[in-house]
Design a protein around this ligand. Sequence first.
Ligand code: NAD
Ligand code: DAU
Length: 335
Amino acid sequence: MKLLVTGGAGFIGSNYIHYMLGRYSDLSIINVDALTYAGNLHNLQSIDQSEQYRFVRADITDRAALEPLFAEGLDAVVHFAAESHVDRSIEQPEVFVRTNVLGTQTLLELARQYGTGKFVHVSTDEVYGTLGEEGLFSETTPLAPNSPYSASKAGSDLLVRAYHETYGLTVNITRCSNNYGPYQFPEKLIPRMLQQAMEDKPLPVYGDGLNIRDWLYVEDHCSAIDLVLRKGKSGEVYNIGGRNERTNLQVVRTILAELGKPESLITFVEDRLGHDRRYAIDADRIRNELGWTPKHDYESGIRETIRWYKANRQWLKDVRDGSYRAYYDTRYGSS
Ligand code: NAD
Ligand code: DAU
């Protein structure tokens, strides 16, 4: 099977490539990534000489750069590439629309023209908006995105749906809750708080810290996407989540306790604009129809993640000082 993975140098994409190459010897992966600030090829250093793997630096809105790859003949596309950070989308919405909406449409159009097998679109629970104290997001919950990020992801979901309905493209959409684990860029809650705590710096908690997220260890997201790729019914949406609801304060306190740091490091700061209060996922469809079960509970997953960041301080340091960006030139030559 020849698989095109977009955004494979990012957090979930790189975990997914490791997951797939570790499992399937008859698979070849082309990783297309523009290497924005969020793309880090160090994440893939251990496999980048593998005959099963090829990296192509390209922007998903650049049709001319992508076309030769589709012309080679692809069995499937797994589409992770996106602008992914809500805070950045509030500061700079345009790039979210360009990458997430136009980039997705560019890929869909090529998949249609070249008869690519299946198109798996990796989306998010944030397209459903926010929940009150009760209830869960199911696949039939109406889309009600609240941030420019989630609105752009909802727009891309609708384009995927339209390419299925109009042109009969074989597609799946996955909507997962908050991921955590190795290689997550330290702009997101868990790695940001870990980094601050390890350096005895203040941990900035937005608002009252009582917003709830439903956490899933990244490897469990990868196994779900693998199942959807192989067994998902075309046109279906699959929610993914492990029912691990925690307030942000609970998450931060666990990190401090595991690191043996004082709670006095917690600093309440101005709230995020349009801050969604609660996310929680009903994942019954993927569990019952495809047989997915997450392997990591939250307590062991968070401990494993803390161990990883403690053991990989150099990875964090390279991200912080920007030296991770030099890897492409070192490995592939300057461009
Ligand atoms: P990330 O920001 O860590 O990685 C995104 C990757 O996409 C980077 O490697 C970046 O270089 C690449 N990219 C960005 N713009 C590009 C462009 N125009 N062309 C080519 N490549 C480009 O993101 P992530 O957290 O790994 O998320 C991956 C996907 O999963 C996203 O689509 C996101 O919406 C979705 N998702 C994330 C989470 C989460 O908790 N992180 C949860 C559910 C769904
Ligand atoms: O639900 C899935 C989504 O999860 C993905 O689609 C997004 O790509 C991903 O970034 C994530 O979005 P969130 O906005 O939930 O994640 P973030 O890590 O930015 O924030 C998690 C919660 O922590 C949120 O309530 C805001 C809060 N927060 C975040 C940061 C970075 C803080 O209180 N302080 C912080 O410094």
